[in-house]
Design a protein around this ligand. Structure first.
Ligand SMILES: [Zn+2]
Length: 209
C-alpha cells in the first residue's frame, strides 16, 4: 500500500480517458481540460452545480406522483386494472415475496429519493456557504445511493410489460409513466452534472478558512 506522503500531489487523472496530467496547485483557480480528450478535469471555484441542483429539486417534486399514479392501464377479458410503483411493491409484499419487495423498494424508491435529497441539500449548502459537521458524510452517501439507484431497470420493465401485453388486451400508458420518465431524466441529470470534486474543494476551503 502506498503511503499518503508518497502519492504525487501534482497529478490529476482524466475522468474520461484516464490520462495522468501534471498540474500545479496555482492553476486550480482556472477550469482545467484534458489535453487528449478535452474532458473537464476540474472546474474553477466560481462554478456552481446549478443543473444538478435544479434536477434534484425537480426530481423531488416529481417523486410523489411518479410512485403513486398508475403506470399502465390494462383491460383484458372484461377485466380492468391499473397499478402504481408503490402499489406493485405492496402487492408483492402481500404475495409473501418480502425480499424481492424490499429490494425493489431500495433500488426504485429509497435510493433514488435519498440520492436526489442529498444532492439538493449538498448543492444548497454550497450555495449558501454553510457546511454542517456531517457534510463529508452526505457527499459519500450520495455516491452510495447512486450505486443502488436503479430506476432505469424499473422503467425498462415497464417497456417490456407494455410490449408483451399490447397484443393480449387493451393496454395504455397512464400519468405515472410520464412522471416516472421525467423523474428518470432528473436522476440522470443529477448524476451527470454533480461534480463531487468541486464540492470537496468547497468543503476543504471552508475547513481551512
Ligand atoms: Zn482525457
Amino acid at each position: 500500500m502506498v503511503e499518503p506522503s508518497h502519492i504525487p500531489q501534482d497529478l490529476t487523472a482524466c475522468p474520461d480517458c484516464d490520462m495522468l496530467i501534471q498540474t500545479l496547485p496555482s492553476e486550480k483557480h482556472l477550469e482545467g481540460h484534458c489535453p487528449r480528450c478535452n474532458a473537464v478535469l476540474w472546474y474553477s471555484a466560481k462554478h456552481t452545480d446549478t443543473i444538478s441542483f435544479a434536477a434534484a429539486i425537480s426530481g423531488l417534486i416529481l417523486f410523489y406522483p411518479a410512485i403513486t399514479l398508475p403506470i399502465l392501464k390494462l383491460s383484458m377479458v372484461g377485466q380492468r386494472g391499473s397499478n402504481s410503483l408503490i402499489g406493485g411493491i405492496y402487492r408483492m409484499w402481500l404475495e409473501n415475496e418480502h425480499s424481492l419487495a424490499a429490494l425493489i423498494m431500495l433500488c426504485s424508491l429509497i435510493a433514488p429519493f435519498m440520492h436526489l435529497l442529498l444532492t439538493a441539500i449538498v448543492c444548497f449548502s454550497v450555495r449558501i456557504n454553510h457546511f454542517p459537521a456531517h457534510f463529508p458524510l452526505w457527499i459519500k452517501y450520495i455516491r452510495w445511493m447512486q450505486s443502488w439507484s436503479m430506476l432505469e431497470v424499473y422503467a425498462m420493465g415497464i417497456i417490456v410489460a407494455y410490449v408483451k401485453m399490447m397484443h393480449d388486451g387493451e393496454i395504455s400508458v397512464s400519468g405515472g409513466t410520464y412522471c416516472l420518465s421525467a423523474l428518470l431524466v432528473c436522476v440522470i441529470l443529477c448524476s451527470q452534472y454533480f461534480h463531487e470534486e468541486l464540492v470537496w474543494q468547497h468543503w476543504e476551503k471552508h475547513k481551512t478558512a
